[in-house]
Design a binder for this molecule. Structure first.
Ligand code: FE2
Ligand code: FE2
Length: 197
């Protein structure tokens, strides 16, 4: 089957649009985090946004393999969430839900269709994307829970708190309000999730 005549061709374009939107949504979250002084949270989100940029790049590359190669327009009809408002913590929760939908519904469906249509390499791309979006869901859920529950900088057990700016480290149940070494505010303390290291 020609890629250009397939459902997979449209799904690549839909997924590309979704990844571009994800990236922009996460830039909104990053913007909010920076405005509120959560520097390391902004950096965690920026890493996820950069992942989405690269997802869009891979999808775009596969679209470009279609023949004929000059693509003026791809008509897509698709729905995308527009739930996020300007509440930083709630946007983390909503972003996790968006990731879950991509990981559990959208990309597995696109992968199945691609395989049925004989595009095994594109099916593999969608499967790999689903794996990463699942990881994003976990990260965003963890960040949401920490910021909603007031545990981002306060734990039940002794924790090692590191200033991302100067490297100063202190042990304790609570992170320092101001770094004793460089005077950075608490928002510069490294968060306790995998993507924030
Ligand atoms: Fe993505
Ligand atoms: Fe993602």
């Amino acid at each position: 089957m020609d890629l250009i005549k397939s459902k997979t061709y449209i799904n690549l374009a839909k997924a590309f649009a979704g990844e571009c939107m994800d990236r922009t949504r996460y830039e909104y979250i990053e913007y909010g985090a920076r405005q509120q002084g959560y520097k390391t949270l902004a950096e965690c989100i920026d890493k996820i946004a950069y992942n989405e940029f690269n997802h869009s790049r891979m999808l775009y590359s596969f679209i470009q393999t279609a023949k004929p190669t000059a693509i003026d327009n791809i008509e897509i009809c698709s729905g995308y969430p527009f739930r996020e408002k300007w509440d930083l913590v709630d946007n983390l929760r909503l972003a996790a839900l968006d990731e879950q939908k991509e990981a559990e519904e959208v990309y597995p469906t696109y992968a199945k269709i691609a395989r049925q249509e004989g595009f095994d390499d594109i099916a593999g791309l969608f499967e790999n994307l689903a794996t990463v979006e699942k990881q994003h869901q976990k990260e965003l859920t963890s960040l949401y829970e920490q910021f909603a529950g007031g545990t981002a900088y306060k734990k039940d057990k002794t924790t090692s708190w590191v200033c991302a700016d100067c490297g100063y480290t202190a042990e304790g149940k609570e992170a320092f309000d101001v770094c004793p070494l460089c005077q950075a505010k608490q928002g510069a303390v490294l968060l306790q999730t995998a993507s924030c290291k």
